[in-house]
Design a protein around this ligand. Structure first.
Ligand code: PHE
Length: 454
């Protein structure tokens, strides 16, 4: 066990954990979700979810990984042989996500190059679906290869697998130590510019204006928990894997708080930036902010290029910063997702890291090519919806039920974490994990099934 790779520094681990957490979800998902679910009022369920589920679960996962010193399947197996499948299930979800997450990073890479001469033109929607993804469908053409998603996709995989084969300290830690500070600086420049645009105030007003009546709506609470889970990369085997590389003496509870708050701080910053920019665009078009709000692919690849087109100056520069930020935020998350199955395969089959990277990462890379065509977009949507609906909530639910109720591990994990930290986990931690989180996740599942049936 002693030759297990380790993070070089505490900051290195925190960068990697925050790097996993900060991803596309922070930039393109959170702002829209908050707006749709009560604006300023959404912060109450959101904070509640962060404090009752997000951080307690992060502490739980960090403790499981640190104590058992293994990838997710091995860590669960060390808790109890019969629980190994929970780890494999989470690894499987991470695997599915990796196949389409990589494609979106590749798009962002293309778009950062397109920024130089605003090649998306006026009709950004037509460009994305009619041209960019169209060429991607015929990669046989030279233009298709260069202009389409193929080359960037290869690049995304070369970087990710290159980083992973360099190891925990020399690869993952080093990449995050470069990418995360760079991302924060780039993003701050964008946000500062965005809040000083004409119309930014109206955008922020739309974002922060509380709609108090939403607070009693169960859907809003489900949205808050869903956002926290996805955004903190919980129940995906990631945080267990990453914390298994921590040195013996590590304050895991404290690390979990830093990671949780760091991620939310970035999320808030993204909300401010995105809504300032939306406010600007609404003003340019003379429409209310509500009409230009969007999220996901539409926000990043249709609306944002329009905003960049209308920027008062340095359009290309800001376009490059925005898509460059997406690339960095995405890559650090993708690295963490792929690491889960690399570590799982490596330990299970006792092969070298390089081999595990080549096989695990290679298969995911091949599948991602299928998503990279226009037809693949449909599957991408289906996979994303499925993962968000069933993967996350269900895996989280199973995790707490197995660890807390079946294996009855809470007391021993609590004293383990407390022996390493100044922040002592009290009864609140057990109540959050044993009761609040399973009840809310259970409700979430029930709600999804009900709305899917009707
Ligand atoms: N947390 C990342 C985000 O906010 C995404 C992610 C999800 C990463 C699941 C890993 C696993 O985008």
């Amino acid at each position: 066990m002693d030759n297990r790779p380790q993070w070089g520094t505490r900051a290195g681990f925190i960068m990697a954990a925050v790097g996993s957490a900060i991803g596309l979800g922070n930039i393109w998902r959170f702002p829209g979700v908050a707006y749709e679910n009560g604006g300023g009022a959404f912060f109450i369920p959101y904070l509640f979810a962060l404090l009752t589920a997000g951080i307690p679960l992060l502490v739980l996962e960090f403790t499981i990984g640190h104590k058992n010193r293994g990838s997710a399947p091995l860590s669960y197996a060390r808790l109890n042989k019969k629980a190994e499948w929970v780890g494999w299930w989470q690894v499987a979800i991470a695997f599915v996500i990796s196949t389409y997450y990589a494609v979106i990073i590749a798009w962002a890479m293309s778009y950062s190059v397109f920024s130089f001469n605003l090649s998306w033109g006026e009709d950004t929607n037509g460009f994305l679906f009619g041209e960019y993804l169209q060429v991607a469908e015929q990669p046989g053409q030279l233009g298709g290869l260069v202009g389409g998603v193929f080359i960037p996709l290869v690049l995304v995989w070369v970087i990710t697998l290159g980083v992973l084969s360099a190891g925990v300290k020399k690869g993952i830690e080093r990449a995050n130590r470069i990418f995360i500070p760079t991302l924060v600086v780039l993003f701050l420049i964008i946000v500062i510019r965005a809040v000083t645009l004409d119309g930014a105030a109206q955008g922020l007003d739309a974002f922060f204006k509380p709609q108090w009546d939403t607070i009693l709506n169960g859907k809003v609470w489900v949205a808050a928990y869903g956002q926290i889970f996805f955004s903190l990369s919980i129940a995906f085997a990631i945080m267990i894997t990453y914390s298994s590389y921590l040195p013996k003496k590590s304050d895991i509870t404290n690390n979990a708080f830093i990671t949780g708050f760091g991620n939310s701080a970035f999320e808030l910053l993204a909300g401010i930036g995105v809504f300032s920019a939306l406010g600007f665009m609404a003003m340019q078009q003379g429409v209310p902010v509500g009409e230009v709000v969007s999220k996901g692919i539409g926000l990043a690849f249709v609306v944002f290029p329009q905003i960049i087109n209308e920027f008062p100056a340095f359009n290309a520069f800001f376009g490059f910063l925005f898509f460059g930020s997406l690339v960095l935020a995405g890559l650090t998350s993708l690295i963490s997702i792929v690491e889960t199955f690399v570590a799982g395969v490596q330990e299970k089959f006792n092969v070298s890291r390089r081999k595990a990277v080549l096989v695990g990462g290679g298969v995911s890379a091949l599948i991602s090519v299928l998503f990279a065509t226009r037809g693949g977009l449909y599957f991408l949507d289906v996979a994303d919806e499925f993962i968000n609906s069933f993967g996350v909530a269900l895996a989280g639910l199973v995790e707490v039920i197995v660890v807390v109720w079946f294996l009855k591990q809470l007391n021993s994990l609590q004293s383990y974490a407390n022996s390493l930290s100044d922040i002592l986990l009290g009864t609140w931690w057990k109540v959050c994990l044993g009761i609040i989180t399973p009840v809310i996740l259970g409700y979430m599942m029930f709600d999804k099934i009900r709305t899917n049936i009707t």
